[in-house]
Ligand binder design. Structure first.
Ligand code: BMA
Length: 307
């Protein structure tokens, strides 16, 4: 297929479309993890009234999904925390036997990150929002770093932000956040020249943390979204060891080119099984697709196509 490097697209892409939920206008940019003997996910559903909601789904093979018709019913002990607004772009990370779940809330003061936990994808407990607005992307590392929870995130503004860099922060208790560090930003004259943001939860490899991220450039016709890759230092993940000059996936297929927001490849989940990384990504703000790469090929590609 056009422009394929290490990732090979699944032959029957897209794997999830709006047909999965009756009230859906589109289903995209979603979070998928291994769960019990199959997979679970939290799906971004843009509904027909353009409320954006999040729905749980389950799958035996990661390809055929049952997505719940009703949105997640979040529990929260502190009534001051939940913000009634559209919710979107979830990310999931498992640490020990708990799934940590972040998402973006369209708060009146700008996009804001929400945080919740679940063990069974039935009960969701909402915690304190980690950062004040405006911040649009946040993903948790799958293990504590130097004894602290750690995240990558992207401070933002109120609109469809024409800028954006990746930052690191950490917390001893998921309530108090600090150690804010710049990780990487945009690069002139490239597919990542307008903004960059973290994608799926980083994956621990011998060399450090493997991160797949989105990079955006602005053409005369608007934003185009690509997937890129980086390797971050294991103990100090704000140190970038490698970062791709070439993109990993570009919007080239019809389902990536055509949709509510054209020309979008938005990587949001990654699962490694038998040394194969399966990447799930939102396509054109309309549906979800999958692509796979051998871990060794992906790592070597990132190293050999690095700035
Ligand atoms: C994300 C979301 C979407 C947007 C998308 C491209 O950050 O905010 O609403 O259209 O980028 O998929």
């Amino acid at each position: 297929m056009a422009n394929e490097t290490v990732f090979k697209r699944y032959k029957d892409n897209p794997i999830i479309t709006a047909k999965a939920v009756t009230r859906a206008n589109s289903i995209h940019n979603s979070a998928i993890v291994r769960f019990e003997d199959g997979y679970a996910g939290i799906f971004r559903v843009d509904e027909v009234d353009f409320n954006f909601t999040m729905h749980v789904g389950f799958s035996k093979d990661g390809i055929n999904w049952d997505i719940e018709q009703d949105q997640i019913n979040m529990e929260c002990d502190n009534k001051e925390i939940p913000i009634k607004a559209r919710t979107y772009d979830p990310r999931l990370t498992k640490i020990d036997d708990i799934f940590y779940f972040t998402w973006c809330i369209d708060s009146p003061q700008g996009p804001c990150i929400g945080l919740a936990t679940t063990k069974d994808f039935k009960v969701f407990k909402q915690l304190e929002n980690p950062f004040p607005p405006a911040n649009r992307n946040c993903v948790i590392f799958p293990k504590k770093i130097n004894g602290k929870f750690a995240v990558l995130h992207r401070p933002s503004d109120r609109g469809h932000t024409p800028f954006g860099d990746v930052f690191f922060s950490s917390s001893p208790d998921l309530v108090n956040w600090g150690q804010h560090r710049f990780v990487f930003g945009t690069l002139k004259s490239s597919w990542q020249s307008t903004k960059v943001g973290p994608g799926p939860a980083p994956i621990e490899i011998d060399e450090g943390w493997l991160l797949i991220y989105h990079g955006v450039w602005t053409s005369c016709n608007g934003y185009l979204y690509y997937a890129g890759g980086a390797i971050l230092d294991k103990e100090k993940p704000w140190k970038v060891l490698y970062r791709t000059k070439d993109y990993l996936i570009a919007p080239t297929q019809d389902y990536e080119r055509v949709g509510d927001v054209p020309n979008v490849v938005f990587p949001s989940s990654a699962i490694v099984d038998n040394n194969i990384l399966r990447l799930y990504y939102g396509c054109a703000d309309t549906c979800i697709s999958m692509a796979e790469a051998k871990m060794e090929d992906l790592i070597s590609f990132i190293k050999t196509h690095s700035y």
